[in-house]
Design a protein around this ligand. Sequence first.
Ligand code: PMP
Length: 396
Amino acid sequence: MDIRQLFRLNQAQTTHFPLMLQMDRAEKCSIYDNSGKSYLDLISGISVSHLGHGNENVKNAIIDQVNKHMHLMVYGEYIQAPQLKLSTKLASLLPPTLNCSYLVNSGAEATDGALKLAKRITGRSKIIANKNAYHGSTHAALSLNSDEYYKNAFRPLLPDVHFIHFNNLEDLDQIDSNTACVVTEVIQGEAGYIAAQHEFLVELRKRCTETGTLLIFDEIQSGMGKTGKLFAFEHYGVVPDILLLGKALGAGMPIGAFISSTENMHQLADAPILGHITTFGGHPVIAAAALAGIEELERLDILNQVAEKEQLFRKRLIHPAIQAISGKGLMLGLQLDSFENTLKVLQMAMQKGVLSDWFLFASNKIRIAPPLIITEDEIEFACKTLLECLNEVYGN
Ligand code: PMP
């Protein structure tokens, strides 16, 4: 059997049309397949590789920690320096009410942990999420997915989940004194990179405070500098009660975190104790990588360049087929007319050495989410290639 057949046979599949590129290695913004062909990575493994691939300081932090120790104990018992340093670093970068991190294994687990925390703190069960939001694929996180197609086969899911429209002020009336929490992205990811309007977040915060509802920001995709600030909520001056991080937080390693105040988080240690348990959450090697990743963001001073890079994409990506460019920073969605044409452009771009993707709930949009270290020359190449593909597909 060849490699492609083995992949189909022995690895669980998530679609009937996997990309099936046989990747070999990756460096900075390029991924190389096993024929040596290079691809410019415009998606960063879905918003993970914000420092590019193979950052030396992250790799060294991983190696140093492997040499000290790997897993020692389930989360929360031993004092392990990498976990403590990462949690302390996050606290130093966040507002004082977000000073206590629970480190977990994935974004979905962070979502799940935050929902449990909100229920535990408020004693309420009603949960509100946005239409077209994506918070993960486990049972609890999937319950927050408004799309019946994706969840119907897996019912029953969490009860008492209600959906509002993102950026719709009138819908905020649905938040009441029975609501445990509202979960929202700040820049909606899978909806096709749609930024929250300032007034929406301000009014949402107000309504949550009035009703004693906890406000949860999912920055699993928008966090770690993608919008030019370390956390997208910093653009708005609105602080959540619980913050979710993941993806790029691990600098290429698997991680999630839900973050709140010490007082809130300590409720998971009480009635019941062990309110959330994870074996591998806060894994020392991953925590060391995550800390090194944050230090690299600071050392390289990349966040200051994000707005300029966004502008270059916006300046170059002008084409009759591009109906709009949504998003903020290096989270941009190019809106075309149909899924069919989006797919054609993506396939053609892949052949020409540029990797991009569409969005779960916006299949007529092309995703521009490269590593933040992308250079001006690479942006020029990406845009030139995409414009060529648009010309070929739309016949201009
Ligand atoms: N929240 C958001 C906003 C996401 O984009 C994702 C993943 N795409 C998740 C949660 C789930 O993260 P994970 O795949 O690590 O479970």
